[in-house]
Design a protein. Sequence first.
Length: 260
Amino acid sequence: MGAIRMASAAAKSQVEALFDSLALEYVREREQQLSFISQKRIVIEMLMGSRGRLLEVGCGPGVMLPDLLAMGFDVRAIDVSREMIRRAEQRLGAHPLAGRCHLAVGDVERLEFGEGAFDVVLAMGVLEYLPAPDAALREMVRVLKPGGRLVLSVPNRAATYHVASSAYLAARRLVGWPRRTEFAAKPCLPWTLDRQLAGLGMRKLESQACNFIFFPLAELHQRASDALNRALAPLARLPIAPFLGAQYIVKAQKTAWRSA
């Protein structure tokens, strides 16, 4: 058990260092990236009609915060990266609604909030950086009120992009080519995530897929990839979408009190 905790702590340190190093890039580029724009549009749609206290897990440099505040939420936002939180504080420094947002460094597997503290929990691009999502999911569900909403965005392992890129990397390893050295995020299977949520007392309300990108087009020709992505965006709600969209977004509702 101690070895597991040490491995988890080491992984968190890696993620913290990674996102400390990416903070400036996120500030400069994140809001212009089609991949983020596509996710943001769907997430905002899913949050429509919700009110009250919202917890954003993995808030990064605060790119979602102005929109969440404009929607009327009282926001608590955490990130494992101190540099990301610093950048988020800079972003909100002169914002007229900054008083309704509190930022802090935090650990999604050990949330420092009471049971049922929030009406909504939002996590975009978080679960894939954890050794396993179970503890984080339990914590996010724990801090939700009965009837509260959870919105998650994760890379979709079933999508053709991830299937093809994984096969390519496996082939490289097979022939002895160098492995990637950067921290690798782990995509999730949509139906596995849905089952995990159901097991925690969450009722799925809706889901969509987005970011219709394909390997290696996305790596070789960004403009052509973005054009194709935009053209395929209307597929987001269709049954075939989870096999084409590289990002899976799900909204679920807490149906009962659950203890961690």
